[in-house]
Design a binder for this molecule. Structure first.
Ligand code: AMP
Ligand code: MG
Length: 408
């Protein structure tokens, strides 16, 4: 793949170009829609708008335990006649006449004739006589039909991720199940002859497989149930066989390692052979050798091996792929913070440094760049909680500069 033989796929892309390809592929490969019970819907991406078929509240009701009355009758020293009881969930068909009141509980329908509720703590009850201490204004402690939701309101939008509060809103208007994108099935492969699982002794030149934990935990935090394989050796035969199988069985494959230009980096050639490459290499740091393609029915992101590159490419491209496959809309506002110390970039490539967020004395969010910038410096990533986004172009980023941050 030298300059004399240009690659038959896009390579050395700008970050934005690579992201556009990921988004486009994801949009073309949308996952099917299924229905989930509202009680387990949080975290899914909604497939259709949810429109209110009923108002909320659906009837005028009391916000307090107390006495429903006619505001015009109320005043300090007034004594009303107790004409009945209206409890939540019971149809009573009561009517409050002039000079009367009705005992009422929170959420119970306001009886006809009543237009206000006085809290039970604010009256003195003496048999069927209720003594008021003050004027009760019209509407006091009344929740009006339709004040929260009107029929026809769009309550939840297609393409948004369902939250617990959103699911409960759907339940409140009587929706039992929501149409959502099926969650992608995900396979995770770590590759490298030097890797041993944590818990096993290391021979000379060997290291523990740390990327698997990074990937599995990041993917689980996305609400997925990824499946990991035993560590793959740098053996093209085995890699080929396993990827071919995974391409039949999964929606997304994440590999890590083996996508650079080393003697043992076979993944790019295998992907070209078994499937197709959407792009290879993105002008960013870390994560430059990122590989993206399709194998069987699976979209495959070949992440670089260096741990911090895995982190940055999963957050920037993996999340985007997973979100897009589920039909998630873009437009989550980016978070920004002030640099608490300057950064001097060495390349004009887009760069993702690690940083720790906190608040300055003025209460404004700021981020402290971690001094360990090497893409193998896992500890720097663990000591941090966000990626600091340094776009292409300027090299000097002074203290106090507002930068985009992506939390992890
Ligand atoms: P590679 O792209 O396969 O040459 O890997 C780049 C660097 O990442 C090498 O130092 C590898 O040893 C390291 N590496 C690759 N995979 C892992 C892994 N699963 N856990 C920790 N380090 C890894
Ligand atoms: Mg390797």
């Amino acid at each position: 793949m030298s300059a004399q033989h240009p690659e038959p796929f896009p390579s050395r892309l700008l970050f934005a170009q690579a992201l556009a390809i990921v988004r486009q592929v994801a949009a073309e490969q949308r996952l099917p829609v299924e229905r989930v019970a509202v009680a387990r819907a949080a975290g899914y991406v909604l497939a259709e708008d949810v429109i209110a078929g009923m108002p909320l509240p659906s009837f005028d009701n009391s916000a307090m335990d107390g006495f429903a009355l006619r505001a015009a009758d109320s005043g300090a020293g007034v004594v009303l006649q107790l004409a009945g009881e209206q409890f939540a969930g019971l149809a009573q068909d009561l009517r409050v006449q002039a000079g009367q009141c009705v005992r009422i509980t929170t959420g119970a329908p306001l009886p006809a004739g009543a237009d206000a509720v006085v809290m039970k703590e604010n009256v003195r009850v003496d048999g069927d006589r209720v003594h008021l201490r003050e004027v009760v204004p019209t509407g006091r402690n009344v929740r009006h039909a339709g004040e929260d939701v009107r029929v026809g309101d769009v309550l939840l939008r297609a393409g948004t991720r369902i939250t617990a509060a959103g699911a409960s809103l759907a339940a409140a208007v009587g929706v039992a199940e929501l149409p959502v994108a099926r969650k992608p099935t995900v396979a995770v492969f770590t590759t490298g002859d030097e890797l041993r699982p944590p818990g096993q002794p290391l021979g000379p030149g060997q290291i523990h497989d740390s990327n698997r934990s990074l990937l599995m935990n990041l993917l689980r935090a996305e609400g997925l149930e990824p499946v990991a394989w035993p560590i793959l050796p740098d053996d093209p035969q085995q890699v080929r066989a396993l990827l071919r199988d995974a391409g039949q069985a999964f929606d997304v494959i994440f590999t890590c390692g083996g996508v650079s230009a080393g003697e043992k980096d076979h993944l790019t050639a295998i992907l070209a052979e078994l499937g197709r490459i959407h792009f290879w290499k993105v002008r960013m740091k870390p994560g430059m050798p990122l590989l993206f393609g399709q194998i069987g029915k699976a979209q495959m992101l070949g992440l670089p091996g260096n741990p911090v590159a895995v982190l940055a490419s999963l957050i920037n491209f993996g999340r985007e792929l997973l979100r897009g496959l589920q039909g998630g809309v873009q437009g989550v506002p980016a978070m920004h913070a002030r640099l608490s110390s300057p950064i001097q970039k060495e390349h004009d490539r887009r760069e993702f440094q690690r940083g720790k967020l906190d608040f300055g004395a003025d209460g404004v969010l700021r981020v402290a760049p971690h001094p360990a910038t090497g893409s193998h410096r896992l500890r720097g990533a663990a000591d941090s909680d966000c990626l600091i986004v340094l776009p292409e172009g300027p090299l000097a980023w002074p203290e106090g500069q507002v930068v985009e941050v992506v939390r992890y």
